[in-house]
Every structure is written in structure tokens, then in C-alpha cells.
Design a protein around this ligand. Structure first.
Ligand SMILES: Nc1ncnc2c1ncn2[C@@H]1O[C@H](COP(=O)(O)OP(=O)(O)OP(=O)(O)O)[C@@H](O)[C@H]1O
Ligand SMILES: [Mg+2]
Length: 395
């Protein structure tokens, strides 16, 4: 199935003169450079619906064979971006290239792209064979090849022998596998997946995460996945593009966006970080002492010397907080507001001095603190990220 992808790898790069300099130094350029010609590249894309600007100044280079996720809240423009790759939405500024070729004027049917949507979108009266074969017949593939390719695609999605079944005879997860088989059977250059797991129940969702990832690796296809589920994004992606209101907030590996969020938005969207507002009271090259608005003082690692009096936000993940007497450094005294017992871990909401509530997610080792109990929470100086007054990470 990936034959076509291999052919594309050696294709010359017909990019316009000077274009590579235009994005030199940008995140897009760096990302593309690592893998040669990007499988998909957006340069300064704007997309509008009438007067409404849905996507603004969007640049991204996607490495061939990688799995990239567009993550962001409802309405931030994820589907719009995906549809623009397929040619289902027109861009109003910028350029899109697939395999180094500009596709702005290439019609939908000439873009070699596989699509999987949230709803299974199978033809209800066609059997599995005809559903999967659809894209092949449309492309005038010889009959004998169709039989073979459909069989291979069904094996790949672990539903061999299901050719004669109707969609109504399949579970939601199975239907989505058929939709996936239909999208990859003709060897597309790029696979677009728009919230393909959101209609499935929790167990099936997890199983399908693993399956989709496996198929993507086996075929070597470039996949662009859309979700607003942070767990899905973190567990499946090589890179995550965090979007907010039609613009990119951060592009990075799952670890990068989770551990070192570039903005307050990213910190909050991925994993509900604790945001402790404060003012720098003392600082040197490596550390900053911050007087928190809640009243306490913490000492944290700082990438450079900060000016005393500067407004900062200390961002701490719930998992980085220790709870109880072991909470030594940056110890904050509080009272348990609520305890959620999760078996191997517990989530505490802890009120700190009546001014702020901290969320701590800890592995259970001993007694579980209950509502109303006095408790200490603490975190090490390096187990946080510092944001400046405008909500950007201090680097
Ligand atoms: N055909 C359209 N006409 C007008 N506005 C639209 C159209 N399609 C989308 N929009 C608007 O553009 C914005 C981005 O929509 P989009 O569907 O890309 O969001 P999304 O990130 O995929 O959201 P969700 O997670 O809810 O699917 C939204 O504000 C939406 O209301
Ligand atoms: Mg959408």
C-alpha cells in the first residue's frame, strides 16, 4: 500500500524560489527540514467563512510518515484545516503543498487523500466489499486488483472475511475499521482522520487508538488526526499542534507540549494545570522566589534572572504535587475540599488559605485524606513552568 509514498520520496522539490527562506527559522521550516520534503505543508494560511476568520496565519510542515494531531477546543478550526488539505474548503491566503506540490488549484478528486470522519459514513446499502472498493472503482483499478487490495485492507484492519456483511451488521468499532480500510485501500499520500473515535465507547476508543497507530506505522502513511481529547493526542501523536481560536499556540512532541507548555492556554488545555499567580520577590540567574497571591512564598527554577516585582504564574501539574508530611520543598498548607479515589491514585482538591484551590493527583501509598482534613501539598523547584505576565513561558 505505501508504494506511492516511496515514489514520492524521490520526487524533486518544485518549490518557488525563495520560499524556503520565507519560512526559515520558523517551527514549520525546522520540522520539515528534518524529513526532507514535507508530506504536507501549510504556509501562512488564512481561511474565512464570509467575514468570519476561522483560521489565521497557520503554518505547519508535516514530516512524511509521521502522525500529527491537531488538538484544540470546539470551534478552534481543526476540521477547517483538515478540509482544506482535502480541497473541501478554499483557503483565502497562503499556500498548501502536498509532497512538495502546491495544491491550491488541484481539484478534490485529483488530491490523493484518504478521509475518515467522526460518523462512520459508510454506504448503508452497500456491503463491506463495495464500501471498501468504492475508491478503487472510482479510480478505475482493474477488477482483479480490487479483489486483492480489498482483502489486504480488511486484513490490515483485522476484519478479514467480512466482505459480504452490511454496515448494520457491524458494531460501531467495526464500522470505523471499515471506514479506515476504505480510506487506505487506494494508497493515499495522506490520511486525514477527523475525530474518528469520538462516537465509540471508552473501551473501544482505547482499542482503536492502538489499532490506528499500528496501521499507520505498518503502512508508513502520513496521518493527520483531529481531536479535542488530550489523552488521545498525547498517546497517539509524534507531534501535536495545539490550536486556539484559529491560530497555533504550540507545536511539539507530546512530552514537549505537556511538560513545557508555551502558553497558559496550552498548560490549561492539556491536563488542567494549577496556575499560581504571584510576583517575583527575589531572583538570581537560576531561581526565583515568588510571593503567591494566595499568600505563600515558593522558590522555583528560573531560566534567567527575573526582575523583582514582575508578575508571573507558576504552573504545576497535578501529578507533580506531593501530598502529606513528605511534601517538603515549596510546602503549602491547605485543607482537602474533595477527594476522588481512583484505585491506584487519588485526586485531591486542596484549598490553600481560602484564596486558591490546588489539584493534586497522587499515587496512593497509605491512608487517603478525606474532605475537611488539613493537608500539605508541595512541589520541587524544577517541577513547574514559569509564565510571564502575558501568559507566555519564560524561556
Ligand atoms: N461552513 C461554515 N460556515 C460558517 N462558519 C463555519 C463553517 N464551518 C465552520 N465554521 C466556523 O468556523 C470555526 C471553526 O470551525 P471548525 O469546524 O473548523 O472547528 P473545530 O475545531 O473542528 O470544532 P469541533 O471540535 O467542534 O469540531 C467555528 O467557529 C465554526 O462555527
Ligand atoms: Mg471539527
Amino acid at each position: 500500500m505505501p508504494d506511492k509514498l516511496t515514489d514520492q520520496t524521490s520526487a524533486p522539490r518544485p518549490s518557488p524560489a525563495g520560499a524556503s527562506q520565507a519560512v526559515a527559522g520558523s517551527a514549520a521550516a525546522r520540522q520539515g527540514a528534518e524529513g526532507g520534503v514535507p508530506a504536507v505543508e501549510f504556509r501562512d494560511i488564512d481561511i474565512t467563512y464570509g467575514k468570519f476568520v476561522a483560521v489565521q496565519n497557520f503554518s505547519l510542515a508535516i514530516r512524511r510518515g509521521s502522525f500529527v494531531t491537531l488538538l484544540g477546543p470546539s470551534g478552534c478550526g481543526k476540521t477547517t484545516i483538515l478540509r482544506s488539505i482535502a480541497g473541501l474548503v478554499d483557503i483565502s491566503a497562503g499556500q498548501i503543498s502536498i509532497g512538495g506540490r502546491r495544491v491550491d488549484d488541484v481539484p478534490i478528486y485529483k488530491r490523493n487523500i484518504g478521509l475518515v470522519f467522526q460518523s462512520y459514513a459508510l454506504f448503508p446499502h452497500k456491503n463491506v466489499f463495495d464500501n471498501v472498493a468504492f475508491g478503487l472503482k472510482y479510480r478505475n483499478v482493474p477488477k482483479a486488483d480490487i479483489q486483492r487490495k480489498v482483502r489486504q485492507a480488511l486484513e490490515m484492519v483485522r476484519l478479514p472475511g467480512s466482505e459480504k456483511k452490511l454496515p448494520s451488521q457491524l458494531s460501531g468499532g467495526q464500522q470505523q475499521r471499515i471506514a479506515l480500510a476504505r480510506a487506505i485501500v487506494f494508497g493515499p499520500e495522506v490520511l486525514l482522520l477527523d475525530e474518528p473515535l469520538s462516537a465509540l465507547d471508552a473501551n473501544m476508543r482505547e482499542e482503536m487508538r492502538v489499532e490506528i497507530k499500528k496501521i499507520q506505522k505498518e503502512t508508513g502513511i502520513t496521518a493527520i488526526f483531529v481531536t479535542h481529547d488530550q489523552e488521545e493526542a498525547l498517546s497517539m501523536s509524534d507531534r501535536i499542534v495545539v490550536m486556539n481560536a484559529g491560530a497555533v499556540e504550540q507545536i511539539g512532541t507530546p512530552e514537549e507540549v505537556y511538560e513545557t507548555p508555551a502558553t497558559a492556554f496550552v498548560a490549561d488545555f492539556l491536563g488542567k494545570a494549577n496556575m499560581l499567580a504571584g510576583t517575583v520577590s527575589a531572583a538570581d540567574e537560576q531561581t526565583a522566589t515568588v510571593s503567591l497571591a494566595a499568600g505563600q512564598t515558593v522558590t522555583v527554577a528560573s531560566p534567567r534572572a527575573l526582575a523583582p516585582g514582575a508578575a508571573v504564574t507558576v504552573v504545576v501539574r497535578p501529578q507533580k504535587l506531593s501530598v502529606g508530611p513528605a511534601a517538603t520543598s515549596n510546602r503549602l498548607a491547605g485543607r482537602v475540599v474533595s477527594t476522588s479515589y481512583l484505585g491506584s491514585s487519588a485526586i485531591y482538591e486542596v484549598d490553600i488559605g481560602g484564596r486558591t484551590t490546588i489539584r493534586a493527583n497522587t499515587t496512593i501509598s497509605g491512608r487517603i485524606a478525606r474532605e475537611g482534613e488539613a493537608i500539605d501539598v508541595g512541589f520541587g523547584p524544577a517541577e513547574c513552568v514559569l509564565l510571564d505576565g502575558s501568559g507566555s513561558r519564560i524561556g
